[in-house]
Design a binder for this molecule. Structure first.
Ligand SMILES: NC(=O)c1ccc[n+]([C@@H]2O[C@H](COP(=O)([O-])OP(=O)(O)OC[C@H]3O[C@@H](n4cnc5c(N)ncnc54)[C@H](O)[C@@H]3O)[C@@H](O)[C@H]2O)c1
Length: 330
């Protein structure tokens, strides 16, 4: 099998390339290095069966040649991270849609199956009145609640929703074999802190003895899944033809408050760091809106594929701490 991974030099993409090579596949990775980095794939560049193209996914001519050779496509390339999205509002909207359109067009033209990376952001704000179970876990077909279009924070959620609509439309109109995966905070080694990702930010601060910065009260809750569990889920779905035309949550059903997460990082790193609070305005500027909960219901993924989580939050933190410690020394 030859796989095409867009966003292959990113955090999830670089791990996926390695995973697919380890499974005996050949892998073409495309990335424009907008938020990704060659460091992420340096260890793969000399591996047999791996090719890297520094290219934009929107460049249909270049994409066409790699599409021709691919048996299966993982489309992960997209603007990512709250800070990147707030600082690049136009790129966030246009790039996501145009890149996805390009991938879906070529996939139809050459009859190739596609797995599309979406996000738990599409659910928008958690509202208790839409959560009859009270456990905060979001199901794939739940209603979505999003804020005003004046607030760019919601553009990412809407643009990712639009790419989902587009994928479902290609499925219905052209019979495209497409699977939509909604990631809920995947974390692990190599994730960058630059664009506002909480775990690498906390771990780097704790290792340097700096205070960990919490935005808002810190009572907002999130769930985290280890990159290796995400890869297992992607593999299980991409090998299951019954997944075509459906969306799947990929995440953990266990939630933790951001303050508890900060305390856990300080304890595991044995750091002398403290915790400071910033308002959302101080962190992101005026008009930012936060979600109070963001937890995955993964029963659809489990019942179709038999998937189960193998890594705990502590495993994630220990792996990130080890990675960041090595980076600090090196
Ligand atoms: N990591 C998470 O927790 C998480 C959560 C929700 C959704 N996602 C989704 O997963 C995917 C991968 O995210 P990630 O965390 O690995 O982020 P990342 O920033 O590390 O990876 C995205 C990669 O795409 C590349 N890219 C962006 N636009 C491109 C374009 N037009 N052409 C070529 N390359 C381009 C970037 O350079 C980067 O390497 C994204 O679609 C993202 O929306 C991730």
């Amino acid at each position: 099998m030859r796989y095409l991974v867009t966003g292959g030099a990113g955090f999830i993409g670089s791990h996926l390339c390695q995973f697919l090579l380890d499974k005996g596949g050949e892998v073409d990775a495309i990335d424009n290095l907008q938020t990704g980095s060659l460091d992420n794939i340096a260890h793969l560049l000399n591996r047999k069966g791996f090719r890297f193209f520094k290219e934009d996914v929107k460049n249909a001519m270049q994409m066409e040649s790699v599409f021709l050779e691919a048996d299966s496509i993982f489309h992960l390339a997209a603007p990512v991270g709250v800070k990147f999205i707030l600082h690049h509002p136009v790129t966030t909207i246009l790039d996501s849609v145009k890149a996805t359109e390009c991938v879906l067009n070529l996939a139809v033209k050459y009859s190739k199956p596609v797995l599309l990376a979406s996000t738990s952001e599409v659910y928008g704000k958690h509202l208790d009145l839409l959560d009859p179970d009270g456990n905060g876990r979001l199901k794939e077909d739940d209603y979505r609640v999003e804020g005003t279009t004046r607030n760019h924070r919601w553009a990412y959620a809407n643009v990712k929703s639009l790419t989902e609509f587009l994928a479902f439309a290609y499925y219905r109109e052209f019979g495209l074999k497409v699977i939509i995966t909604r990631f809920f905070n995947t974390a692990g080694p190599r994730q960058k802190s630059d664009y506002g990702m909480v775990i690498p930010n906390f771990v780097q601060a704790a290792l340097k003895g700096n205070n960990l910065e919490i935005y808002g009260t810190g009572q907002q809750k999130r769930s985290f899944i280890h990159i290796q569990d995400t890869l297992s889920a992607l593999w299980a779905l991409s090998n299951n033809t019954n997944a075509y035309g459906q969306a799947f949550n990929i995440g953990s059903p266990e939630e933790i408050s951001i303050r508890e997460l900060a305390e856990m990082v300080i304890q595991l790193t044995q750091s002398s760091s403290g915790i400071t609070s910033l308002t959302y305005e101080e962190a992101y500027g005026t008009g930012f809106e936060e979600m109070n909960r963001r937890t995955a219901d993964i029963s659809r993924l489990k019942s179709l594929t038999g998937f189960d989580l193998n890594y705990s939050l502590e495993d994630i933190l220990r792996d990130v701490i080890q990675f960041e410690q090595t980076r600090l020394i090196g």
